[in-house]
Design a protein around this ligand. Structure first.
Ligand SMILES: Cc1cc2nc3c(=O)[nH]c(=O)nc-3n(C[C@H](O)[C@H](O)[C@H](O)COP(=O)(O)OP(=O)(O)OC[C@H]3O[C@@H](n4cnc5c(N)ncnc54)[C@H](O)[C@@H]3O)c2cc1C
Length: 437
């Protein structure tokens, strides 16, 4: 029997972990997984709070997330998955308005009545429209303005687009927006409201189960270790040391991949294509308090002066029992990773965001805040502008035996753990096919 082929997987997020799971199940492969951070999990990674694991950035699943739901079942984690009723609001005109049902939309006073009706019809149209291809050349901003009118744009959609895409808000393709509405609308249980999935023990239960299985399959896992270069000669530089591989999979951001490549002329166009995909960073402030701030799980913050996009009372989704009876909150924003706000020291960012909370919750008492944590990710959301599909890199790269699978290839859907699992499976299959050619 020939020696197993050496597979190097760069990135221990859900894409890399899933690909490693599938490839390591095959005795013809010997898999090494290298992760730059100290822990596995990537953007869905957790930290310890009140004796349990919680995501550093807010996470839940939709009923339509079939790839990750299948994996959860396979890993024997189904009993840890709970489906909860979601509750969504919009903070606008100094008030939180419920924004979950068609009835809520009809009562949404910051928008004029015609705008509410037009928004309802637009949502219905997008829910039933199956073909997104016609939406790739038009921006969400233009299409929605035509469909819903200025009042709905000002009070609902423009603040949401700005919150998610910052200064790129008017470049985002309608196809992405279509997918958001389409998936959300179809994530409703028969006749009832929207159900969101979460795990007892957080998403970390998946990471832990995957890690356990990978180790059982003989995968060598190196955390806190950066891959610094990938060459055309099937080698990579890890911690200054050159190692050889038969196949390599990179799962980090596209521009980060460009940086690792050899600077040869033949790769110039490819590297430029990778760099043309822009990313925003994300900052999340998590805090606990004995104080409950209303009944909503998720509040979109649509006031023009708001310093963040979203306010989440996580324990309004899953209950406070797991967290020692405390309420757990997230405040989140997508930010230019090279901008001033992203670079603010934790204490300043916290102070700035806490200073806004009394506008939303006049009874908020900062002295009742117990724990506070700030997490930042530089590459959290890619900019899906019009014509984005032409920028999407292939799984196969111009480097022999080197593959790329990351969330910038997910389109028109919004990136998510479900698609990371889906693509991790796909890329593993592709590598196996290549290896058996
Ligand atoms: C604010 C926010 C909220 C979200 N909410 C949800 C949600 O509710 N539900 C949901 O399903 N998804 C959600 N997501 C998205 C989800 O977290 C991601 O889509 C998913 O985790 C991506 O997995 P990945 O493996 O593709 O990428 P990543 O998680 O980014 O993993 C890539 C890994 O590669 C590592 N890496 C990169 N370069 C190198 C290198 N040179 N050497 C070594 N390691 C390297 C990185 O450290 C990273 O860990 C959210 C994301 C954000 C930012």
């Amino acid at each position: 029997m020939s020696a197993p082929k050496k597979i190097l997987i760069v990135g221990g997020g859900f894409t890399g972990l899933t690909a490693a799971l599938r490839l390591s199940a095959d005795k013809n492969f010997s898999v090494t997984l290298v992760e730059g951070s100290k822990e596995l999990g990537g953007l869905a990674g957790g930290f310890q709070i009140q004796g349990t694991s919680l995501e550093k950035t807010y996470h839940h699943l939709f009923l339509t997330d079939t790839s990750i739901l299948d994996l959860v079942k396979e890993l024997g984690l189904s009993e840890k998955l709970i489906w909860c009723d979601s509750s969504v609001g919009i903070f606008r005109d100094k008030k939180i308005h419920p924004f979950k049902t068609p009835g809520d939309l009809l009562k949404f006073s910051p928008c004029n009545f015609l705008g509410r009706l037009r928004t309802g019809f637009a949502a219905l149209y997008l829910k039933h429209q199956k073909n997104w291809r016609g939406f790739t050349r038009v921006t969400a901003h233009d299409w929605m303005t035509r469909a819903c009118g200025a009042s709905a744009m000002a009070s609902i959609w423009t603040p949401l687009l700005k919150g998610k895409f910052d200064r790129h808000y008017d470049k985002v393709a309608m196809a992405w927006f279509w997918a958001r509405i389409h998936i959300r609308a179809n994530s409703r249980s028969g006749g009832g409201g929207e159900k969101l999935g979460y795990f007892k023990g957080g998403f970390n239960v998946i990471t832990v189960a995957l890690e356990k299985q990978l180790r059982a399959n003989g995968v060598k896992i190196l955390t806190g270790t950066l891959v610094e270069k990938i060459t055309s000669e099937r080698t990579a530089v890890i911690n200054g040391e050159t190692v050889s591989f038969d196949y390599c999979l990179f799962t980090g951001p596209s521009p980060a991949f460009a940086k690792l490549l050899p600077t040869t002329e033949s790769l110039n166009d490819y590297a430029a294509k990778l760099r043309s995909i822009e990313y925003l960073g994300a900052a999340c402030l998590i805090f606990t308090s004995d104080q409950s701030l209303g009944d909503f799980y998720w509040v979109n913050v649509n006031e023009p002066d708001a310093p963040f996009l979203v306010f989440i009372q996580h324990t309004n989704l899953v209950g406070p029992k797991t967290y020692g009876g405390k309420n757990v909150y997230y405040i989140g924003a997508y930010l230019d990773p090279d901008g001033k706000t992203f670079a603010l020291p934790d204490a300043e960012l916290t102070q700035k965001w806490f200073a806004y909370l009394p506008k939303m919750f006049p009874h908020f008492e900062v002295k009742r805040v117990e724990e506070k944590f700030v997490f930042r990710f530089r590459a959290a959301q890619h900019i899906v502008d019009t014509g984005y599909e032409e920028k999407i890199p292939e799984f196969k790269t111009p480097l022999p035996s080197v593959f790329l699978s990351n969330f910038s290839q997910i389109f028109p859907e919004d990136r998510g753990t479900n698609f990371a699992v889906r693509d991790g499976e796909k890329i593993a299959k592709l590598i196996r096919q290549e290896a058996t050619k």
